[in-house]
Design a protein around this ligand. Structure first.
Ligand SMILES: CC(C)(COP(=O)(O)OP(=O)(O)OC[C@H]1O[C@@H](n2cnc3c(N)ncnc32)[C@H](O)[C@@H]1OP(=O)(O)O)[C@@H](O)C(=O)NCCC(=O)NCCS
Length: 253
């Protein structure tokens, strides 16, 4: 069975901010062995993997020193190794004997993310949110399972965020935002207060979204795409792509 152990990292310190992580499942029995699979092998997955290593190392340090294994997962792996980690198929991932099997999905295409997440959960794997130590979250935020919060991201206060959210580097979510499931922020998205973003929306790099108000939030519809660099000043209808400043629908012809 192809199951090479390539990464077992223990950090010497356990920063205060990580001490309250929900790791009770892992902590029940110090003999438990955990594996983690990161779906994707593209640019974003390779960017996220160091965050995974850092995050899991800290969690493990919070209990006892114990081996764990981390893999990249691809449908048809074209090689056996990527950036020092094993690259395995989904079948191989699910054939590894272990007590706890965790996953996350570093694939920007939100429908693919949803399909993989549902399959994995059905097969008994558990989503593990990944949060960079260099990101910031303030108070009273609710963040759904399977989030990936990259370095220099900020989620301020009183935001509600759904499942499998991606916040790429330097993006922020401000107060009172409500974000649906499988929403993707590319790098450097500025999402100001009282913005509602529906499921499967994609917000491109450097986009700026004007704040709404509690009576009248600014709404970005389900499946909408906000182009890179757009300045969004008004609601965006579902399944519509907008670009420019101020952002307008992008008609390709
Ligand atoms: C808006 C977007 C989805 C449009 O994609 P597309 O339909 O494939 O667009 P095309 O590349 O065919 O470009 C069509 C035209 O729109 C222009 N255009 C594309 N994106 C634009 C943008 N964000 N702002 C302004 N103009 C844009 C192109 O220059 C091109 O103009 P032309 O017809 O005069 O040559 C895409 O360009 C985009 O912004 N994606 C987000 C990228 C991103 O944030 N990546 C982060 C990676 S981590």
């Amino acid at each position: 069975m192809p199951c090479p152990l390539l990464k077992s990292v223990y950090l010497s310190s356990c920063p205060r901010s990580y001490k309250n992580l929900k790791v009770s499942k892992i902590m029940i029995n110090d003999k438990l062995k955990m594996i983690f699979g990161l779906y994707g092998a593209g640019g974003f997955a390779r960017e996220v993997m160091p965050v995974v290593t850092e995050y899991i190392s800290i969690v493990k340090q919070a209990i006892e020193e114990e081996n764990y294994r981390i893999y990249f997962i691809e449908t048809n792996p074209s090689k056996v190794e990527l950036n020092g980690y094993s690259l395995i198929s989904e079948e191989e991932f699910f054939n590894i004997e272990c007590d706890d099997r965790y996953f996350n999905i570093a694939i920007a295409e939100s429908k693919v993310r949803e399909r993989i997440a549902k399959q994995c959960i059905k097969k008994g794997a558990k989503p593990m949110s990944i949060k960079s130590q260099k990101s910031v979250t303030y108070v009273k935020n609710e963040i759904g399972e399977g989030a990936i919060i990259c370095a220099y991201s900020t989620i301020t206060s009183n935001a509600r965020i759904g499942k499998f959210f991606h916040s790429n580097i330097y993006s922020y979510v401000a107060h009172d935002c409500v974000i649906g499931d499988y929403v993707t922020f590319a790098p450097n998205v500025h999402c100001n207060g009282n913005v509602h973003i529906k499921d499967h929306a994609y917000i491109g790099a450097g986009a700026i979204i004007k704040q709404g108000s509690s009576e009248r939030p600014l709404v970005i519809g389900e499946g909408a795409v906000v182009g890179m660099g757009a300045v969004v000043t008004k609601d965006v209808p579902p399944y519509t792509t907008v670009i420019g400043n101020p952002a307008k629908p992008h008609n390709k012809e």
